[in-house]
Ligand binder design. Structure first.
Ligand code: NAP
Length: 334
């Protein structure tokens, strides 16, 4: 079964109703089998996935380089999304500095185009917001990239509803990418309603709670030393045990329906978007073809009202923040 398509904002582009997050193929979630990761890209396209998500910081450029040949080989089918705004430091892997100034943006886009080996980026996101730089300046600089033919459509990540409205006045925003899952629902306060009002496609990232919602790990200690999730507040210490107990009702719904917890988590995001009246294209991340098939099949799973009621109650019980530093999120500025 191929995925149905939806509009990418008002860009005129149709995209498969689920995308693929490529981040874990290069960094953050433990060791990767590169051949299997590359085969997963091909399998995704075959299944009707068209939105492929990367960023300049994933693997400090390595993720853009990894998917570049695949993008070039399938250029007219792939909707390539990448991002700028976060600076890293080679001597401190956990250091992050947010840059939204026009000079930085102009340099960043050229570096991404070079690493990807393409002439144009289909969807270019501002990865994080630096409130010290007026949005009109940053989005104005992004709009110039559209005029220059380097970028086709614009996106933002982790902005509030008001910030999205302000940016959309400078140039149409095609997509808002923020964390949205059974565990993380703060975006439903202002960002989701604003996206619905403006016709902006919502791209939920980490829709599987970085894997935690699938039950594939229950505590940070079960992950390898270099796994970024070892520092995630919801997966460590006492929070991990409390939150792992919240995965049980997801697994129960899955068992009753003969599907997997990952599929329930993805179906919930699709159906929650219908409640808010907006288009969503979740981008679950996987490096494995079996999981890709499992995740794309979730797009046709319809949860019952009773199941949705059970699942809707989970987020309010989650303990710990979704980032160690919440100023890195839209919720931190609401
Ligand atoms: N804008 C932002 O700030 C931001 C932040 C984070 C992520 N993102 C983007 O969003 C994408 C998705 O988010 P994410 O990767 O953080 O989290 P996610 O999609 O919630 O979960 C990914 C994790 O779940 C595992 N997984 C995937 N499908 C599974 C299944 N069916 N059963 C069991 N486990 C499964 C993956 O492992 P395997 O790979 O081993 O399958 C991986 O460890 C990223 O790839 C990235 O492109 C954006």
């Amino acid at each position: 079964m191929r995925l149905p398509t939806v509009n990418l904002g008002s860009s005129g582009r149709l995209i498969g109703t689920q995308g693929l997050g490529c981040m874990g193929m290069s960094e953050f979630y433990g060791p990767t089998d590169t051949a299997e990761a590359l085969a997963t890209l091909d399998a995704a396209l075959e299944a009707g996935v068209t939105l492929f998500d990367t960023a300049d910081i994933y693997g400090s450029g390595a993720n853009e380089e990894l998917i570049g040949p695949f993008v070039r080989a399938n250029r007219d089918q792939v909707v390539l999304a990448t991002k700028f705004a976060i600076e890293r430091r080679a001597d401190d892997p956990r250091h992050r500095a947010v840059r939204n100034d026009p000079a930085y943006i102009r340099t960043a886009v050229d570096a991404s185009l070079k690493r990807l080996g393409v002439d144009v980026i289909d969807l270019y996101y501002m990865h994080r917001r630096d409130p010290a730089v007026p949005l009109a300046e940053s989005v104005g600089a992004m709009a110039e990239l559209v005029q220059a033919g380097k970028v086709k459509a614009l996106g933002l990540s982790e902005v509030t509803g008001d910030e999205l409205r302000e940016a959309h006045e400078v140039h149409p925003i095609a997509a808002l990418q923020s964390e949205w899952s059974l565990f993380s629902r703060d975006v439903e306060r202002t960002a989701v309603p604003a996206a619905a009002e403006l016709g902006v496609t919502f791209v939920p990232y980490s829709p599987l709670g970085r894997g935690f919602l699938t039950g594939s790990f229950a505590a940070a200690e079960q992950l390898t030393e270099d796994d970024y999730r070892r520092h995630h507040p919801q997966f460590s210490g006492a929070n991990a045990a409390a939150n792992a107990a919240l995965v049980a009702p997801i697994q129960k719904v899955a068992a009753d329906r003969g599907v997997t917890a990952a599929q329930v988590a993805l179906a919930w995001v699709h159906q929650r978007a219908e409640v808010h009246g907006l288009t969503v294209v979740p981008i679950p991340g996987t490096r494995k073809r079996t999981r890709l098939a499992e995740n794309t099949a979730a797009a046709s799973l319809l949860l019952t009202p009773a199941e949705l009621t059970t699942l809707d109650g989970i987020a309010a019980q989650v303990t710990g923040n979704r980032y160690a530093d919440m100023s890195f999120t839209s919720a931190g500025r609401e």
